[in-house]
Design a protein. Structure first.
Length: 335
C-alpha cells in the first residue's frame, strides 16, 4: 500500500521576516501576500545564510513499482484526494507489470504519455545541444516544432497523429507556404518523434509520422539561382576593394561610433588599398572589352578573366586562353 506525504524543503527568508526565539527554537515570522501572519522554523543553509523550513506545495507518493523497488514520485497535485487518485493509478500499473501484462519499457512509456508535450520538446532540444548541434539550428527546430504543435492542438505526446499533421501541411499549401518550408517543419516533427521512439529514450512506442509524404521542392521553387549580371559583379568587386579601407577608417566606439574619420598613415592606406585590390582581384583595364559576356580583371600585369555565364564549349575555352595571353599591363594586345 502506497503512502502520500509532503517533502520538507528550505526557502530563503521572506522579505520583511522577523526572527524570534520560542522555547529555544528560532522561528521566522512574517505576513504573506494576503496579510496573514505566518511562522516557520529557521535553519542555516550551506552558505551560512538563514532559511525557513517548509513543506513542498505538492504531494509525493511512495509505492512499490513493477520491479519490486520502493520509489518516490511527485504526483503534481496540491489536493490530497487528487494525489490519492494518481497514486492508485501508479499502483495499478505496477501490478500489471508484476503480472506480466505490461513490460517495464511499456510502463515507462505510459508514464511519459501524460506529460505536457512542451517538456518532451525541451528534453529533445537539450539532447541536440549535448550532441553539439549549433544554437541557430536548435532555435529553428524549436520554433518549427512549437508552430506545428500549437496549430494542430497537440497538448500531450499521446495526441500526436498523422492525420492532423497532413491536414496542417495541406492548410499551409493553400496558404502559399513554400515546399521547402513545409518539408522543414515535417522533418522537424519526424526527427522529434524518432528521438521519442528510440528504445534508449522510451517516450513513445513508434513514430506516428512515419510515411508522411514529402513535398516536391523542384516543382515549387521560390528563388531561382542565376548568374550575376555585369553590373552586380561590378558592384560586388567594388565593395570588396573598398572594404579594408572602410573598416580601418570606421570608429567602433565612443560618441562618433560608425563614422569614418580615423587617422591612418600613408603607408597604412597604401597597404589597405593593395589588400582591397587583392580581395577584389581587379584593376580595371582602360579598354572596353570586345567580347560579349566577359569582364576583364587583370591584376599585377597578368591577364585574368571573369566569366558571367557558363563556358563549356571548346571554342569558348580557346578564346579565353587566347585573350588571356594577349593581356599585358592592363592593355589588350593583338598577336
Amino acid at each position: 500500500m502506497g503512502s502520500l506525504f509532503k517533502k520538507t524543503v528550505t526557502r530563503p527568508l521572506p522579505p520583511g521576516a522577523e526572527i524570534v526565539t520560542r522555547q529555544g527554537a528560532r522561528l521566522a515570522r512574517w505576513r504573506d501576500g494576503k496579510g496573514k501572519l505566518r511562522t516557520a522554523p529557521v535553519t542555516t543553509g550551506q552558505n551560512g545564510a538563514d532559511r525557513i523550513r517548509d513543506e513542498s506545495g505538492t504531494y509525493v507518493g511512495r509505492y512499490r513499482d513493477g520491479n519490486g523497488l520502493i520509489v518516490e514520485v511527485s504526483t503534481g497535485c496540491r489536493d490530497k484526494t487528487a494525489a490519492q487518485s494518481v497514486l492508485a493509478d501508479l499502483e495499478r500499473q505496477a501490478e500489471k507489470v508484476r503480472a506480466g501484462l505490461l513490460t517495464p519499457a511499456e510502463a515507462r512509456i505510459s508514464e511519459h504519455l501524460g506529460k505536457p508535450i512542451a517538456e518532451h520538446v525541451d528534453a529533445y532540444i537539450e539532447s541536440m545541444e549535448a550532441r553539439g548541434v549549433v544554437k541557430m539550428h536548435r532555435d529553428n527546430v524549436h520554433s518549427q516544432l512549437m508552430r506545428v504543435i500549437e496549430d494542430c492542438g497537440f497538448a500531450r505526446i499521446s495526441e500526436l497523429n498523422r492525420e492532423a499533421l497532413e491536414r496542417w501541411l495541406g492548410n499551409e499549401t493553400r496558404a502559399d507556404r513554400s515546399a521547402r518550408s513545409r518539408n522543414a517543419h515535417r522533418a522537424a516533427m519526424i526527427a522529434f518523434c524518432n528521438w521519442c521512439a528510440d528504445p534508449t529514450i522510451g517516450r513513445m512506442i513508434s513514430n506516428p509520422f512515419r510515411g508522411v509524404p514529402k513535398a516536391d521542392e523542384k516543382a515549387d521553387p521560390r528563388r531561382r539561382r542565376r548568374s550575376m549580371t555585369e553590373s552586380e559583379l561590378t558592384r560586388l568587386l567594388e565593395v570588396a576593394r573598398r572594404r579594408p579601407m572602410v573598416e580601418a577608417l570606421t570608429v567602433r566606439r565612443g560618441k562618433r561610433k560608425g563614422e569614418q574619420y580615423a587617422d591612418l598613415r600613408p603607408e597604412t592606406r597604401q597597404g589597405l588599398d593593395l589588400l582591397g585590390m587583392e580581395r577584389a582581384l581587379t584593376n580595371w583595364c582602360r579598354l572596353v572589352f570586345p567580347f560579349q559576356d566577359w569582364v576583364f580583371c587583370p591584376w599585377r600585369g597578368s591577364g585574368r578573366l571573369c566569366c558571367l555565364g557558363p563556358c563549356n564549349s571548346r571554342a569558348g575555352r580557346r578564346r579565353m586562353y587566347a585573350v588571356d595571353r594577349s593581356i599585358r599591363n592592363s592593355w589588350l594586345y593583338r598577336d
